[in-house]
Design a protein around this ligand. Structure first.
Ligand code: ADP
Ligand code: MG
Length: 362
């Protein structure tokens, strides 16, 4: 069907409503192609209230994303009016996630204040365990540090083999006790300030105790291998305190180095995470930001259908009052919405249908 050319210079008017009511209202919105003026959407009317979940489907290239751009005030070729509240938090996610080159915390916080625990919880809620380990709170947890330390304990014992393996059980205990106290007192000095502030007295104590016992076990294992016995009466060839300091430094420096290597920012994230994982990360951002209006333009397109739907269910449950405006090809997602609009590629009309919406049992 031939499209009429635009010979009028009118535009879509974007009103900012001061009433404080959360809504999106489109009145007779007609959108035209910026380049050739052909009509993309013809006279669309809709009024979405707090808690409405609207999904727009339609052929690709038909104007679904352009309609979102019009709501955001980025394009205005056409006619009619769009009204959104003046003071409103809007989060808009698109199919292609563009991660800024900042830290994981900054990506998710977007300038707001969130504790490590809140960020950790959001990543846990969207099942992004892979990223949870990059948060300072997790990097300073005993399990994480001790797992990294194990490798350096084994290496340290090999490195100081001639000094350690000749000591007897009492000497081993003495050495291990010295290591414990050195690590407890100096743990923070080996880590950057940003991580060091997260160590509590309790974790420091636990880490040093666990490294002490891991050290003893490893010596026993290695001496069994070397001598078939754990008893040997030979003495240290170096003062135990000095040896313990050397070994402790070696372990802590190794752990600090491993943690530094693991630090990631947005540019690394874009390379290390699949498209689906980046989209999953954006759902953690939604849970933290709790926007009044959430616009998702094919923002689960790189995820499998089950995961995409589970994430939708998660945010609908967490943010019952948020207005959601979705564009999706996955028909599986329609049932997460209470209003369905279908853009007809020929007539350019959007037919709107009310749906029961998602019933959540919890
Ligand atoms: N920035 C732009 N400038 C000119 N035309 C554009 C621009 N963005 C999209 N278009 C065109 O507008 C039409 C609708 O695009 P879009 O809304 O992105 O489709 P979809 O329904 O797949 O989201 C397409 O023909 C597209 O080529
Ligand atoms: Mg699009």
């Amino acid at each position: 069907m031939p499209q009429e050319k635009s010979n009028i210079s009118d535009s879509v008017i974007l009103h900012k409503d001061k009433s404080g009511r959360i809504h999106i209202t489109l009145e007779n919105v007609t959108l035209r192609q910026p380049q050739d003026g052909t009509t993309l959407v013809d006279s669309f009317n809709i009024a979405l209230q707090k808690g409405d979940h609207f999904i727009l489907t339609g052929p690709s290239g038909s104007g679904k994303s352009q309609l979102i751009r019009a709501i955001r005030g980025l394009i205005d070729q056409g006619s009619g009016s769009i009204t959104i509240p003046e003071e409103v938090s809007i989060l808009c996610l698109s199919q292609k996630v563009d991660l800024p080159r900042t830290s994981l915390k900054d990506i998710l916080s977007d300038g707001k204040e969130f504790s490590e625990e809140e960020i950790d919880q959001a990543l846990q809620d969207v099942k992004h365990d892979k990223l949870r380990q990059h948060l300072p709170i997790n990097q300073t947890r005993s399990d994480h540090i001790c797992a990294l330390a194990e490798k350096y304990i084994a290496r340290a014992i090999q490195h100081w083999e001639n000094k350690i393996l000749v000591c007897g059980q009492n000497d081993t205990n003495l050495l291990a006790t010295e290591i414990k106290s050195y690590i407890q007192n100096n743990l923070q000095n080996f880590f950057p300030e940003t991580l060091a502030v997260h160590f509590t007295e309790k974790t420091k104590k636990e880490i040093s105790t666990r490294i002490e016992s891991a050290f003893k076990n490893e010596i026993v294992n290695q001496r069994k291998l070397a001598y078939g016995t754990t008893s040997n009466s030979s003495r240290f060839s170096t003062a135990p305190q000095k040896l313990a300091t050397q070994i402790s430094k070696y372990i802590l420096q190794g752990v600090a180095m491993d943690l530094e290597d693991a630090q990631i920012d947005g540019s690394t994230l874009s390379r290390q995470l699949s498209g689906g994982e980046q989209q999953r990360l954006m759902f953690a951002k939604i849970l933290l930001q709790k926007p009044d209006i959430l616009i998702m333009d094919e923002s689960t397109s790189a995820l499998d259908r089950t995961s995409g739907k589970a994430l939708y269910e998660q945010i609908i449950k967490a943010l019952p009052d948020t207005i959601i405006w979705s564009v999706a090809h996955d028909t599986n997602l329609i049932e997460c919405h209470n209003i369905h609009g279908d853009l007809d590629g020929d007539s350019k009309k959007i037919s709107v249908q009310k749906l029961p919406g998602l019933t959540l049992f919890s």
